[in-house]
Design a protein around this ligand. Structure first.
Ligand code: FUC
Length: 345
């Protein structure tokens, strides 16, 4: 029987943070918490049927609030960088050099969300938060919700909505880092990465897009037929921290495959881009999932969102949320395994 287990994950400033674990009939589960509407765990079988976790996280709430690089967090109001934190006459918090990033300081990724609904019939949990007018400089009281829903066929969806009482910016994302080896056995260097993008957004030294969308053909950034991260970093040693505009009508945004465990994940989204961050060079002293220190390429963040800094480039899509208009984004994460090679008889 599908089930939802509700428990207490921890306390932050006298507020209780709850954890929900959703499990389907096949034994796949996802866990999330009310702090940052964060995805904590995704447990899926490998090709031999072994269930293991395939996302990066922290063992405790204290670690999430102290140093998590947005592991699994819901990011809002706007994911990625906004050049100089400027939108017309509005000045947003400049929290990365001169730029604004990931909604600013103590944004919704670092707040405790309210539980709006836990529905065992549909295996879904909906959380909500209000970002008050003036939050990190943004106008309008913005009401956000995030719904996590797990399906019987081993896919889950994240639906994020927003509504405001004064025009504001809205471009949320989920910032999960994946590692399909299972329980962080290997890094992701040998994972095969396919991206449904014939173009890539060029960036300057500030990591903000210049506005140019360049063809990937005959460059290292061509992931259309798939390549391992290792093959990519041979050509581009700094790794990926890169927005890819998705091809219209593409079957998928991203397909990630680990040949060793046989696990495969396909992301589909109605956002127009995927930001890929390969954690290359990210060696940190803290433990991931309470088990091993953060090392380069321990996980890959795949962030479905409208192209970053869209507000400064008309062809990047519209992220202005007008007063009273309800906006919703949906991303789906589908898991299966590739067939085991037939052994000769
Ligand atoms: C991604 C990147 C940033 C940053 C953050 C933790 O979204 O674009 O560079 O390191 O994650």
């Amino acid at each position: 029987m599908p089930k939802i287990e509700r428990s207490i994950f921890g306390m932050i400033k006298n507020t209780t943070v709850e954890r929900f674990q959703l499990e389907n009939d096949q034994g796949m589960s996802i866990s999330l918490m009310t702090y940052g509407a964060t995805l904590l765990e995704v447990v899926v079988p490998d090709k031999t049927g072994r269930f293991e976790n395939v996302v990066l996280g922290c063992a405790t709430l204290a670690e999430y609030s102290a140093h998590s690089p947005y592991f699994g967090a819901t990011i809002g109001r706007v994911g990625g960088r906004i050049r100089q934190g400027k939108w017309l006459n509005t000045q947003l918090t400049q929290n990365e050099g001169e730029q604004h990033i990931h909604g600013g300081v103590n944004a919704v990724s670092h707040r405790v969300w309210e539980v709006l609904k836990s529905d065992v019939e549909n295996l879904s949990v909906t959380l909500g938060v209000v970002s008050p007018a003036g939050d990190n400089g943004y106008p309008g009281n913005l009401e956000m919700t995030v719904t996590y829903q797990l399906y019987a066929d081993n896919h889950f969806e994240i639906i994020t909505t927003g509504i405001t009482d004064e025009a504001t910016l809205f471009n949320p994302t989920n910032h999960s880092y994946f590692n399909l080896s299972g329980d962080l056995k290997e890094t992701i260097s040998e994972h095969q990465l396919e991206i449904g993008a014939s173009q890539v957004a060029l960036m300057d030294d500030s990591k903000c897009p210049t506005g140019v969308l360049a063809p990937v053909a005959n460059t290292a950034f061509d992931f259309q037929a798939g390549q391992t991260l290792k093959a990519f970093t041979k050509k581009e040693p700094q790794g990926l921290d890169t927005p890819f505009p998705l091809n219209e009508g593409a079957d998928f945004a991203v397909r990630l495959t680990d040949n060793v465990s046989g696990r495969r994940m396909v992301i589909e989204t109605d956002a127009n881009a995927i930001v890929v961050f390969s954690t290359t060079g990210m060696n940190e002293p803290y433990l991931v999932n309470g088990t091993r220190p953060m090392v380069s390429e321990l996980g890959i963040a795949l962030e479905p969102q409208q192209l970053p800094d869209a507000i400064h480039h008309d062809h990047f899509g519209d992220i202005v949320l007008p007063e009273g208009r309800h906006k919703s984004y949906r991303s789906s994460y589908r898991f299966d395994t590739i067939k085991q090679k037939k052994l000769k008889e």
